[in-house]
Design a protein around this ligand. Structure first.
Ligand code: MN
Length: 231
């Protein structure tokens, strides 16, 4: 786990941002107060989200879950969205976004979809193994600048139904959703792959971190202006 978070933190750092980690606490108001002090939020990879949060019971094929982590991250996502804090969801993070705003997930792709693509690549996370097709009118396309992108893949779950108000921005060749975003939010997007595993050598991955940090800086400036006016 530490290894993963280091990669995210260094991605943010390399893009000129100041990374801080949000702890798993119990009270919703502690989470919202913490999120109120940052200008951007990355929802990271991690275990499966408890299917209760999208109205389902666990099916055969589901993996490890961490209920308190779900509670914290869902609250963080909703508070960030409400206050226009830019959000980048990565792997589990795109699923957190989907569940936080009323979408649903496939609990296990091989069981429920039986697709032909291996979304749990045997190769290291630093290697991009499958393609995604990116909608060319999306913010994601604007960020990475490509309609066809090679990505890594370390997931067995995926977004089944995007939340209301969201659009699908990327799909794998088997139809699995690999990107969603909310067009009327300043910056609210998720990707099913792991740019934190590839940003050191893959420019499309670095651009995702750079776009989040740029959106966060913009929001930080707007907040300062607002503060100046109200004091
Ligand atoms: Mn995939």
């Amino acid at each position: 786990m530490d290894y993963q978070f280091r990669e995210y933190s260094r991605g943010v750092e390399s893009a000129g941002g100041l990374p801080v980690l949000v702890p798993v606490v119990e009270k919703a108001e502690t989470v919202s107060a913490t999120i109120g002090r940052v200008d951007g939020l990355i929802l990271t990879g991690g275990p499966d989200i408890c299917p209760r949060f999208y109205g389902e019971e666990p099916m055969v094929g589901i993996g490890d879950m961490d209920y308190p982590l779900d509670v914290m991250e869902l609250e963080a996502a909703r508070h960030a969205e409400k206050t226009d804090i830019p959000i980048l969801g990565i792997c589990r993070g795109i699923q957190t976004i989907a569940v936080a705003f009323g979408g649903s997930l496939f609990q296990d792709i091989p069981t429920q979809v039986g697709s032909s693509l291996d979304h749990r690549q045997k190769a290291d996370k630093t290697i991009n193994t499958h393609r995604v097709n990116i909608t060319n009118s999306s913010k994601l396309f604007h960020v990475v600048g490509r309609e066809i992108l090679w990505v890594n893949s370390k997931h067995h779950q995926a977004v089944r139904t995007p939340p209301p108000g969201f659009i699908v921005t990327a799909k794998a060749s088997d139809g699995i959703i690999e990107g969603i975003e909310k067009p009327d939010s300043p910056f609210l997007l998720g990707v099913q792959w792991h740019p934190e595993g590839t940003w050191t050598h893959d420019d499309a991955s670095m651009k995702l971190f750079a776009a989040l940090v740029a959106a966060a800086k913009k929001r930080g400036k707007a907040r300062e202006v607002h503060k100046g006016r109200s004091s």
